[in-house]
Each structure stands twice: as structure tokens, then as C-alpha cells.
Ligand binder design. Structure first.
Ligand code: NIG
Ligand code: FE
Length: 391
């Protein structure tokens, strides 16, 4: 990639500021990996040359939290919410019913379309989950679908209690920990639990996470989204890679995140679409916690695949600086997935990058709602090249 005006490396030791910006450089990806960065005009010969023409290049976005495997939509629920109805976890059940009744090929087509949509907006790594099946068979096939569109796959059998287990939470927890996990663990790298009133309490969540760990899965938790609770503490205590949402945090939660290895993954698309107060990103950042940003793309609370939109929300609504937001959407997501070869552009990083139609990365928040993604590259291959824009 030649003539990069500003290269965001996400390695402060390599360049200026918190995101390690280098100016006027070329970058070479060899065999999928960043091999060389040096002064513009001095790069070795390459088979394929991409001209950044003085524009900004950033690491590809790592969207570490999505729910892309589902059927139908919930536009009526959204519309009612915008007229004043409150969001409740129970809305998930209508997507469960639709998903169970839809063949896997159709689920796959929907998920693939969303994945392509994400790529066109600069996402080079996706995590996605099951969680709208809630039977052994349906969770299993949802994970099969997830594996066709995402690099990182998460088992979320404990999204809510399946409708046929209504009033029999313990029986459903036993199903998840037993036969469902047995069938699903080989198809996922991660296990997630929605720890919330109306979903699973901390004891049930702990049991499920313990069983998942016993089967070799890494852990993630939907924590403290709709109310204060034990989810964040549980995630940190169990060494989960990520506690996601973190919308209602008390001082002990912030301390726990700052002191542990669990990333705080913030999903402001969900607060936007449920018209809820945003998480207190500043408190987390100022305490030293690692913060990631992700879309949470799902039909109930955040039907967006756009990491640039999430960055704009984080900057405007959560008081993150543009640098902090970009870092959280790239290196933060990589940390939340424990994939340290992602989320940066330094020798040894995977060659995942976005050429922006802008001179700086701050333009992502400065020009909200405007598509600034010109070219997207994953592991050295062009995934997406946008149409011609007015010069
Ligand atoms: O991350 N919090 C739980 N799960 C989703 C919402 C799912 C839905 O409403 O369908 C979330 O916001
Ligand atoms: Fe979610």
C-alpha cells in the first residue's frame, strides 16, 4: 500500500500519539502478514499495489460481539420503543420462534449478507453467536451457520430460557450444561451467558460457564446491560475474555475490570436503539480498564453492522476521544477475542486494513453517517473496494 498519508499502527512506540500514527509511509503485506513499513516511495516491489493517495489507513475493525444468525426482524418492537415502550429481554423469544422455523440455508444467506455489509464498512474480523435456537438441534445448526460467516464463534444457549422450559429454569440450565454443551462445544471457541433479570441469574450463569470451561471453551458474559448485577464480577472472577454491555456499573465493577484481564466491551448501538443511557466509558478508561467497542448486531437491540457508526456514538455520546474509540474498535476488539495478531498494523500483524476516504481517522466521528470506507483488505486480500466517489 503506497502513499499512506497517515497510518494508524495502534502501537504507540511506533509513531505519534496513543494510536502510534506514522505519516507518509508505504506498507507491505507478505503472505497475509504485515512485513514492512517505511518511508513513502521506498517500498520494495510488490505483486499488487494499492494507492492510498495520501489518505488515512487504519487497522480493520474487529467486531467482537454480534448475533448474525437469526430470522425475521423486530421493526414493530423498535417502532413501539421509539414511541415510549421499554426494552425487555423477553423480545428475544419472537426471534427464537422465527429462527426455529427457518431452514439453515436461509439463515446462512441472511448471516452472509450481514457479514458482507460489515466488511463493506471496514470490519475484517467478526465474532458471532448462536442464541436464537435454544434447543440442542437449533443451537447446533445456528453454530454451523455462524461458522460459515465468522472467524470467531460463540455458543449462547443461555441467551434466555427456552419457551418450552418456562417456569423450569433449572431444567433448562441442566440442558444447556449437559446435552447442549456436549453437542455445541466442538463448534465454538467461546461460551457466552446473558446474566440478567429475565434471563439467567449469577448462580446459573456461573454453573454454565464452569461447564463450558470444562469443555475447553473460552468465556464471555452479557453483563450489566439492563440493570446493576453480578455479571461483571462473575466475568472477571472467572477470567472471561470479555464482559459485554457494562451499561450499569458500580465502583466495585469498575475496579474489578481495571484489576483483571477481562475486557469491557461496550455496545452503544444497543443503547441507541433501546433509547437507554450509554455506558460510562470515561470511568472505565480513566480507571485503566481495557475497553472494546462492537456493534452487537441483532434484530432486537442493535440492528447495525456499522463500526463507524459505533465509533461516532462512542465519541459523541460516551466522551471517548476519536483515538480511544478507534483503538477500542480495533485493538480493543482483538484483545476481547484474545487475538493479538489482529487490531494493529505493525510487522507481524495480520494484514487487515482499511483505506479511508479521509485524511485522518478522527473523520470517522467527525463525518458521522458518511461512508468513508474506500478499500478493505483482510490478510493481504482486497475484500471490498468501494465505488468511485466524487473527488
Ligand atoms: O446483546 N442482551 C442480550 N442479547 C442481545 C439482545 C437480543 C435481542 O433482543 O434479540 C443484546 O442486546
Ligand atoms: Fe449481544
Amino acid at each position: 500500500v503506497r502513499d499512506i498519508g497517515q497510518l494508524v499502527t495502534n502501537r504507540p512506540e511506533l509513531g505519534e500519539g496513543a494510536t502510534g500514527v506514522l505519516r507518509h509511509v508505504d506498507l507491505v503485506v507478505d503472505n497475509g502478514t504485515v512485513a514492512w513499513i517505511g518511508a513513502a516511495g521506498t517500498s520494495p516491489a510488490a505483486d499488487v499495489m494499492l494507492d492510498a493517495a495520501g489518505r488515512c489507513v487504519i487497522p480493520g475493525f474487529v467486531d467482537s460481539h454480534t448475533h448474525l444468525v437469526f430470522a425475521g426482524d423486530r421493526v414493530e418492537e423498535f417502532t413501539a420503543r421509539m414511541a415510549g415502550t421499554r426494552y425487555q429481554a423477553g423480545g428475544i423469544q419472537s426471534t427464537v420462534a422465527a429462527t426455529r422455523g427457518t431452514p439453515s440455508e436461509v439463515l446462512m444467506a441472511t448471516a452472509a449478507k450481514l457479514a458482507r455489509e460489515a466488511e463493506a464498512q471496514g470490519t475484517t474480523t467478526l465474532e458471532t453467536k448462536s442464541g436464537y435456537g435454544l434447543t440442542v438441534t437449533d443451537e447446533s445448526r445456528c453454530l454451523d451457520v455462524a461458522g460459515t460467516v465468522a472467524e470467531e464463534v460463540t455458543f449462547l444457549g443461555a441467551h434466555v430460557v427456552a419457551p418450552e422450559y418456562r417456569g423450569r429454569v433449572d431444567d433448562y440450565v441442566a440442558l444447556v450444561k449437559g446435552p447442549m454443551l456436549q453437542e455445541c462445544a466442538p463448534k465454538a471457541r467461546w461460551c457466552d451467558v446473558f446474566c440478567e433479570e429475565g434471563a439467567f441469574g449469577p448462580e446459573a450463569a456461573r454453573e454454565i460457564l464452569q461447564a463450558a470451561r470444562g469443555r475447553g471453551l473460552g468465556l464471555r458474559v452479557h453483563a450489566n446491560q439492563l440493570s446493576f448485577g453480578q455479571g461483571v464480577q462473575l466475568a472477571v472472577e472467572m477470567g472471561a475474555a470479555s464482559a459485554d454491555h457494562c451499561t450499569h456499573l458500580d465502583a466495585a465493577d469498575v475496579d474489578a475490570l481495571a484489576g483483571g484481564s477481562t475486557v469491557a466491551t461496550l455496545l452503544p448501538g444497543a443503547e441507541f436503539s433501546t433509547r437507554s443511557p450509554y455506558p460510562e466509558a470515561r470511568r472505565l478508561l480513566d480507571s485503566g480498564a481495557t475497553v472494546a467497542l462492537a456493534t452487537d448486531c441483532n434484530p432486537g437491540t442493535s440492528y447495525t453492522t456499522s463500526m463507524p457508526f459505533v465509533i461516532a456514538l462512542a465519541v459523541r455520546e460516551m466522551h471517548m476521544t476519536p483515538d480511544e474509540a478507534l483503538y477500542a474498535a480495533t485493538a480493543g476488539g482483538a484483545r476481547a477475542l484474545r487475538r493479538d495478531e489482529l487490531g494493529a498494523l505493525a510487522p507481524g500483524s495480520r494484514g487487515d486494513l482499511v483505506v479511508l476516504d479521509a485524511p485522518t481517522a478522527a473523520h470517522l466521528a467527525y463525518r458521522p453517517g458518511v461512508d468513508l470506507v474506500a478499500t478493505v483488505v483482510r490478510a493481504g486480500r482486497v475484500l471490498f473496494a468501494g465505488g468511485a466517489r466524487p473527488a
